[in-house]
Design a protein around this ligand. Sequence first.
Ligand code: SF4
Length: 334
Amino acid sequence: MAIEHLHVVTYSRNVFIPVTNMCRNHCAYCGFRHSPDDPQSFIIQPAHVEEILQKGAQSGCTEALFTFGERPEEDAAYVRRLSAIGYDNTLDYLLDLCRMAINAGLLPHCNPGVLSYEELASLKPLNASMGLMLETTAHVQAHDNSPGKVPGKRIESIANAGKLKIPFTTGLLVGIGETRSDRLESLRTIAELHRQYGHIQEVIIQNFTPKPGTPMAGYEPPSFEEMLWTVELAKEVLPEDIAVQVPPNLISPRVLIEHGASDLGGISTQTIDHINPEHKWPTVEELEQKVGSSIVLRERLAIYPQYIHREWFSEDIRPLVKKLADDKGYKRTT
Ligand code: SF4
C-alpha cells in the first residue's frame, strides 16, 4: 500500500543542547533552572556543543535543538560567566552555535524564550524553525515569579515570528493550574495566530510532571483522561495543517494518536531530555512498538514539509535543507 494511504505519524531525530540553565523566571514546576551562584548552574562550552553536534551528525540526527533559561543576562553574574567564554551577549553566542550546527550538518531549532522582533529577525536566517511554548493564556499562580510568562508577551513573540515567516512550534503545558476553559482559550489563541500568519507547524500538548524540590513537587500531574480530552480539543480547534504533538517520553502515545495526535517530536538517542531528565527517550524501534503496527512512523526535519515547499528558509540553510529533504519534504532516506 502506498505510504500516503496509511496512518502516518511523524518524528524527528535531534540532539538536545541546553545552552544555559540560568533564567530570569522562577516557574513553580521547573526543575531545570538554577541561579548563577548555584554550583549546578552552567553555560555550555563551545567545545562541548561541537562534541554533541558531531555525535549527532554521525548517528543520523538532523536537528540541533537549542534550549534555554529565558533572558539570563538580567543577572550580572551570568554576564560575567558568558564573557569568560568570549561573548558579551547571549544572542551572539547562540548565532555562533547555530553556525556550528549548520557546519556539522544539523538544522538549528532555537527555543530561547520570549524574543523581540529584532532578535527573532537575527536568528531567522540560521534556524530551520523556532519555538516558544505558550503554555497557557491564563494567569496561573505557577507563573507568579516569572515575568516572561505573562501571556501577552508570549503571544506577541509568537506573532512576531509569524510576521517574519518563521516556521514555529508552540504548545500547552497541561496541569499547571489552568482550567479546561483556559485550555480552550489557549488553543483558540494559537489557531488565530496561525490564521493570521500561517506559521504554526506544530502544537505540543505536554503534560506537567512534578519535579522533586520544586514548589509544585507535590502536585498531581494531569490524568491520562485529561490529556486525551486536551488532544481531542486541540484536533478540533486547530487548523488542519497544524500537527498535534505529544511527547512519547512523558506519555504513552498510542491512544492519543487514535484521537488526533500526529507527531511525536524530537527523539534523541545521543542526549537526554534536560527538562525532564528522569524520562528517557524511546528509541525509534521502541516507538514503533509503542504506536502499534497500524501506524507508519515517518521521519521529518525540524522544518515541516509545507514550509519546505513554500521555501520559508534562508539561503544560509538552503543547501542543508535540500540535502536532507526528499521530494515530499520529509527526511531523505536514500
Ligand atoms: S522559563 Fe523555563 S527554564 Fe525558566 S523557570 Fe520557567 S520553565 Fe524553568
